[in-house]
Design a binder for this molecule. Structure first.
Ligand code: MEZ
Length: 493
């Protein structure tokens, strides 16, 4: 394998990040270099496919056209069919969304004495949480610190992160890991019982805590059980379609649409938590996605329609390594953990063209550049793609590492007769994460009294580009804050 000059520069940047002292500037690209790379090659920066909003609190902002249609469109509720005075369910706290953020919120609200109702679009646990593979970040190791975690996330997020939100995230990281462990999440440990941690893109320390390569699935398994244990009522296959406000403009519940009966249900609640997830299934600009089928920006749309501004709604994350082959798993996540274990990205000439643990936006942009501008990709299903050298993991870390650290990935490919321990795989960026979303404060509150938000439908925590493992952390941290605050609010309402 040949290292290109760009790869060497990239390598020293990543190495410098890891030797960073807190007082120093992050050795990322210069603003100019980054601008050139992103403007030319990152899909976010294609003017085409974006629309300027003409109505609502974000009037004038550019957002993906598929999202603009929903934000500015008609209500999904047919008003003639809904009598908002005919109340089917009453509760203290209504949680909208059945993923990790919604579950953490519901558990915490119930623990604080509130009667909690959770409405989910699909089944409880059908969410992007369960599809996150590689790990959850928290600075709870010797030498590491929340301050280093903060700097990494700020640098990765183009310094656009909201400082109060990011501070809350990193400071509560260690507690989040303890909370999950206490509920029964089985994190990987070494023979001395210490947590095994790895690097992710843009991290200065190894702070990725994982459960093999099915971290999100393990977390969701435990949260799902705990929601039931906490006595939360769950209504499945019933997405919320519109928020309800009372005469004073306070949150008062929501209207659900029951997929089974095809009827609307009115829920009255003293406080409401929006945790309705991301938007990958809108397939912006025709991109494939790593997201689950329910990810259609529901939280963003409901909040926007209620007059809440969105932050960075045009900032979308393309995970650099989606499966480009075989067709059955086109766009599925190939976890960043493969690159954390030193697998390289290689073009058709055998060149390693970028350090694989640069931040996600930079790696995705470089892959797109290799394939689209330089014609250095390998022909795959829907155009060119690059190699991810998976056998290298066993080569560097010893045979058996793949089985131990990446069992789900081996299994996913085995179904199609591909042994990733022996052959590299083809990858291309896939639509992965909604970086932007609902504006909240550090108590997960929105500008509407009694309305809280958490999880992927929120914007600002990660700025314009999230680092790996920080969303599994944010759903726990802000889910729990939202649950606690909404329960307290419901007692005053
Ligand atoms: O945080 C993520 O998006 C994540 C853990 C993804 C992955 O590559 O595994």
């Amino acid at each position: 394998m040949i290292y290109t000059e760009e790869m060497r520069a990239s390598q020293s940047r990543v190495e410098a990040t890891r030797n960073l002292r807190l007082s120093e500037e992050l050795p990322r690209f210069t603003a100019e270099e980054k601008d050139v790379l992103l403007k030319q090659f990152h899909p976010d920066y294609h003017e085409e496919g974006f629309t300027r909003l003409s109505v609502g609190p974000n009037k004038g902002d550019q957002v993906p056209s598929e999202l603009a249609v929903l934000l500015q469109g008609k209500s999904r509720m047919d008003e003639a069919d809904v009598d908002v005075d005919h109340i089917q369910f009453e509760t203290d706290v209504l949680v909208i969304g059945g993923g990790g953020a919604g579950a953490a919120a519901a558990i915490e609200a119930a623990r604080h004495g509130a009667k909690v109702l959770m409405a989910t679009k699909l089944r409880l646990g059908d969410a992007n949480t369960g599809m996150a593979e590689g790990g959850i970040q928290a600075a709870d190791k010797e030498h590491d610190s929340p301050a280093a975690h903060y700097l990494d996330a700020m640098g990765g997020g183009h310094y656009k992160n909201i400082p109060e939100l990011l501070a809350e995230l990193v400071l509560r990281g260690p507690e989040a890991i303890q909370w999950l462990s206490s509920l029964g999440v089985l994190f990987d440990k070494d023979s001395d019982g210490a947590m095994v941690t790895t690097h992710g893109g843009g991290t200065s320390y190894k702070r990725m805590h994982a459960c093999g390569d099915y971290t999100g699935a393990e977390i969701m398994r435990v949260l799902r059980d705990e929601v039931r244990n906490a006595g939360v009522d769950v209504i499945e296959y019933s997405p919320a379609v519109e928020l309800l406000l009372d005469g004073d403009g306070q949150a008062a519940g929501a209207v659900l649409y029951d997929f089974d009966t095809q009827e609307y249900h009115v829920v009255r609640a003293k406080s409401v938590i929006l945790a309705a997830g991301g938007a990958g299934r809108l397939h912006y600009q025709g991109f494939p996605t790593s997201n689950h089928y329910g990810s259609t920006a529901d939280g963003l749309v409901m909040a926007y329609r209620a007059g809440i501004p969105l932050l960075y709604a045009g900032a979308i994350q393309y995970h650099p390594t989606g499966a480009a082959y075989p067709p059955q798993i086109y766009g599925a996540l190939v976890t960043e953990k493969v690159r954390s274990l030193d697998a390289m990205l290689v073009n058709k000439n055998g060149d390693a063209f970028l350090h694989p643990l640069e931040t996600r936006d930079v790696v995705a942009a470089a892959i797109i550049r290799e394939c689209q501008e330089r014609n250095n990709g390998v022909y795959a299903l829907h155009g060119q793609a690059v190699w991810l050298d998976t056998p290298m993991v066993d080569l560097i870390h010893g045979e058996g590492t793949m089985e131990k650290r990446l069992p789900a990935m081996i299994h996913m490919y085995e179904k199609f007769g591909i042994d990733i321990r022996k052959q590299p795989i083809l990858v291309y960026p896939t639509l992965h994460y909604q970086n932007g979303g609902i504006c909240i404060g550090a108590k997960s509150e929105t500008k509407i009294p009694g309305l809280y938000a958490a999880g992927e439908d929120v914007g600002g925590i990660h700025g314009k580009n999230r680092l790996m493992g920080n969303s599994l952390l944010d759903i726990i941290v802000f889910g729990r804050i939202a649950g606690t605050e909404a329960a307290a609010y419901s007692k005053t309402a």
